[in-house]
Design a protein around this ligand. Structure first.
Ligand SMILES: *Cc1c(COP(=O)(O)O)cnc(C)c1O
Length: 488
């Protein structure tokens, strides 16, 4: 199956629309009559000229070549690619939500404001924080926002110049050190211990008057809950630092444990992961940031509150606020979907996490005999295997095995992350999969482990049944061709 570029499907003069003749006054039809020559285009842009059916078929064919959670299992670790109930989409496109304008006065938008108000309350309840801003557009943007809040807190105590260091574990997601660097902090790495948690003694040695805070994901990117979290929180707080919680893995703990109770001061959630917005295509997302009481004054504005008449309104900005991090109120459609999701789950939100953890442990138990397992513990909602054995004995890499999974109709797991595991393969089944799917997937991966022994060459060549076979990934990264130019 091959698909031409839409430019290659183009034929001069072919059109997908027919519009009536413009009814503008005659001079307006000729731009040269009112625009100076340097604003006039010499050549028309080279846009594809196709009929409506050409366009529809082209994009529908492309969409069918792609993998999505509505097509098959998507165990991409750290991303929580759960099934996203369609009712959320229906609610988000209701005109009262989708056609509301951000400049409409509060008295005409009470419903939208109530939704934000109640969503904030729900997120506070789920995480144990005092208040949330809904503005950030993604997890990484939430990290940026949270770190600016930490910086503003230290600045308000006249300690910004000394407190320059953010501690980040070696298992962290790459966005953590990147966000800290963007906010002007120095990054200090702390090693993991043999159980996959933070090495507490190593952490203690890093403490000093220059510590601004620690960023931690818990459960972490190994899918392991850090058993020493209370001690870690004490160490950071005693040094005068703050704790930042990367909440990308909240799918494991809803209704069971709360970052606020673990001692975290700042939290971000990835609504597009845990709270069900499709995100395989890269957005839009939402990364609300929650804080404890002592950091509320620093939150971005506006926050939604209630006035003296009990109407929803935007609160006055606090003079200590870090300002806005996004225009208006965030990606409102994603907020609507998250609220719809939380309401449909209700008190069963806890069951979401219980099933996510159960499913991950089930798949782990099935696969454990066939792969190396660097941290052999009960996992949370995901786990990390290593393909070291296959690499060493048969020269088959984790990339080969991940590619081979595509031949069985599955999306590959996350590979080569976290960085502290050799030949890492990070699997997150999520709660929405049935035991049949989990069994079929496990059997496919077990078969691949056996193929590594009997047919390594076959694995190097995989995938062979997909629309596009093995790509030159280095070439694609080093020499990307992003612009189409007509062959002359
Ligand atoms: C996904 C993820 C992030 C970044 O979130 P985005 O919404 O993709 O910006 C940060 N940390 C962890 C652990 C993640 O899984």
């Amino acid at each position: 199956m091959t698909e031409a570029l839409i430019f290659e499907l183009s034929a001069p003069g072919r059109k997908g629309v027919s519009l009536p003749e413009a009814d503008l006054p005659t001079p307006m039809k000729d731009p040269s009559s009112f625009l100076s020559a340097n604003f006039l285009r010499k050549d028309a842009p080279e846009l594809p000229e196709v009929s409506e059916i050409d366009a529809i078929r082209h994009f529908t064919r492309l969409s069918r070549m792609n993998h999505g959670v509505d097509v098959g299992f998507y165990p991409l670790g750290s991303c929580t690619m759960k099934y996203n109930p369609k009712v959320n989409e229906e609610v988000a496109v209701m005109p009262g939500f989708s056609a509301v304008h951000p400049y409409e006065p509060a008295k005409l938008t009470q419903g939208a404001l109530e939704l934000m108000y109640r969503l904030e309350k729900s997120l506070c309840e789920i995480t144990g924080m005092s208040r949330f801003t809904l503005q950030p557009a993604a997890g990484a943007h939430g990290e940026y926002t949270g770190l600016l809040i930490i910086k503003a807190y230290h600045a308000n105590r006249n300690e910004a110049a000394t407190r320059r260091k953010i501690v980040v574990p070696d298992s962290a997601h790459g966005t953590n050190p990147a966000s800290a660097a963007v906010c002007g902090f120095d990054i200090v790495k702390v090693e993991s211990n043999e159980r996959g948690g933070v090495d507490v003694e190593a952490l203690r040695k890093l403490m000093g008057p220059d510590i601004a805070g620690l960023m931690l994901t818990n459960p972490n990117t190994l899918g392991l809950f850090d058993e020493n979290i209370a001690e870690i929180a004490d160490i950071i707080h005693q040094a005068g630092g703050l704790l930042y919680y990367d909440g990308a893995n909240t799918n494991a703990i809803m209704g069971i444990s709360r970052p606020g109770d673990m001692g975290f001061d700042v939290v971000h959630l990835n609504l597009h992961k845990t709270f069900a917005t499709p995100h395989g295509g890269g957005g839009p997302g939402a990364g609300p940031v929650g804080v404890k009481e002592h950091l509320v004054p620093f939150l971005p504005y506006p926050l939604v509150g209630k006035d003296a008449q009990d109407n929803y309104c935007f609160e006055e900005p606090n003079p200590l606020s870090i300002g806005k991090v996004k225009a208006f109120y965030g990606n409102f459609g994603v907020l609507v979907k998250a609220f719809a999701y939380i309401l449909t789950q209700g008190h069963e939100l806890k069951e979401v996490s219980e099933l996510a953890v159960l499913n991950a442990n089930y798949v782990l138990a099935r696969l454990k005999p066939y792969f190396d397992l660097p941290y052999d513990r009960i996992c949370m909602h995901e786990f990390v295997l290593s393909g070291k054995r296959q690499k060493k004995n048969y020269g088959v890499s984790t990339l080969d095995m991940a590619k081979r999974l595509l031949d069985f109709g599955y999306h590959a797991p996350t590979v080569y992350f976290p960085l502290i595991v050799d030949e890492a393969m990070m699997i997150e089944p999520t709660e929405t999969e049935s035991i049949e799917t989990l069994d079929e997937f496990s059997e496919a991966l077990i078969r691949i482990a056996k193929e590594a022994e009997t047919n390594p060459e076959g694995l190097h060549a995989a995938p062979t049944t997909t629309p596009v076979s093995r790509l030159d990934e280095v070439g694609a990264a080093r020499n990307p061709v992003l612009k189409w130019t007509a062959a002359k």
